[in-house]
Design a protein around this ligand. Structure first.
Ligand code: PEP
Ligand code: MN
Length: 346
């Protein structure tokens, strides 16, 4: 539930509500909306609901107390109606613009990364991706360049001006990855790694949370809730396909999740047709599909020579294919943006 303060509530009244919340063993989170402050009561409320509702309604400066019907609270539209917009360097994610995250699956060498970075930047990418720590199904497969990969990513950012996103796989990597990268990525295999989620909630970097390949939308939002309730409001969700009985594609891209999330949460949503399909020729149509259903952006894997890539070779686009994809998705985004982000006429 959350407390809605009156428009003219004083600082002392706001602090009064927060200290009562703390005294209940709960955590207060505030959010300013439409000229007033709302304070969520997060924690195990149990059978105290009616009692708390009555008591908080009577406190000075309180206009009303509202229930949040969803199990995810801070990430819900009920508590936070307006879209979250994440700003990182010159990029804004979730503001109605089209975010295009592109780059290799893995950072393999300085030359490979810089060549890709220059090409995707010139083609209109807004964020550079590249894995330095790689979660591989086989322990014998290429595991990434680690810290050296992070250094190359930082160099590519200096050169192109693009913010960089890279995966963090373990809690003990969070600080070093946050030192080099602008956005931390949590991969599908780690979506319910709660200690990692909490640790990413404590850093001053946006986090892109990929959907667990076997996770429901609600489980995914509960995972996002771990990050936000640990102190980091800047979470991006990424639909990267879920596992179904289909075998012609690597995963099944859940396009319906995109408008569904827009209804349930204020967090921006990115689609990743590379991991969702596993096939290079399917990436463009699914990128178009994702943008058409209202995604805030697309993440795609791009490599100068995909056939020689050390990971995910079958799904990476070459540089020309990425230019072609950009030429296809930009007009689709222009066409549909008014549907999802109507211009407000004042
Ligand atoms: C990736 O983006 O490189 C990656 C490993 O993705 P996922 O976690 O979705 O498999
Ligand atoms: Mn990959």
């Amino acid at each position: 539930m959350f407390v809605v303060m009156t428009e003219g509530a004083t600082e002392a009244e706001i602090l009064g509500v927060k200290s009562q919340i703390l005294a209940e063993g709960l955590t207060p989170f505030d959010h300013a909306t439409n000229g007033h402050i709302q304070i969520a009561l997060c924690g195990e409320i149990g059978n105290r609901r009616t009692e708390l509702l009555q008591r908080f309604s009577g406190l000075p400066g309180v206009a009303s107390v509202t229930q949040i019907t969803r199990p995810f609270k801070l990430t819900s539209r009920e508590f936070h109606p307006e879209d979250t917009v994440i700003r990182v360097l010159d990029a804004a994610i979730g503001d109605g613009s089209l975010t295009m995250m592109a780059g290799p699956c893995s950072v393999e060498s300085r030359d490979q990364l810089l060549e890709t970075a220059d090409a995707v930047a010139a083609a209109g990418a807004t964020v550079l991706r590249g894995g330095a720590f790689k979660p591989r199904t086989s322990p014998y497969a290429f595991q990434g360049l680690g810290i050296q990969g992070l250094r190359y990513l930082a160099e590519a950012r200096e050169r192109t001006g693009l913010p960089v996103i890279t995966e963090v796989m373990e809690s003990n990597q969070v600080d070093i990855v946050a030192e080099y990268a602008d956005i931390l990525q949590i991969g599908t295999r780690n979506m319910q790694n709660y200690s990692l989620l909490r640790d990413c909630g404590r850093v001053a970097r946006p986090v892109m949370l990929k959907r667990g390949y076997g996770a429901t939308v609600e489980e995914w939002l509960m995972a996002a809730e771990y990050i936000v309730s640990s102190g980091n409001p800047n979470v991006i969700l990424c639909e990267r396909g879920i596992r179904t009985f289909e075998t012609y594609t690597r995963n099944t891209m859940d396009l319906a999740a995109v408008p569904l999330l827009a209804q349930l949460t204020h967090l921006p949503v990115i689609v990743d047709p590379s991991h969702a399909t596993g096939k290079r020729w399917l990436v463009k149509p699914l990128a178009i599909g994702g943008v058409a259903v209202g995604a805030d952006g697309v993440m795609v894997e791009v490599h100068p020579n995909p056939d020689e890539a050390l990971s995910d070779s079958e799904q990476q686009l070459d540089l020309e294919m990425f230019r072609d994809l950009m030429a296809a998705v930009v007009p689709v985004h222009e066409h549909v943006r008014e549907l999802y982000h109507p211009t407000v006429v004042v």
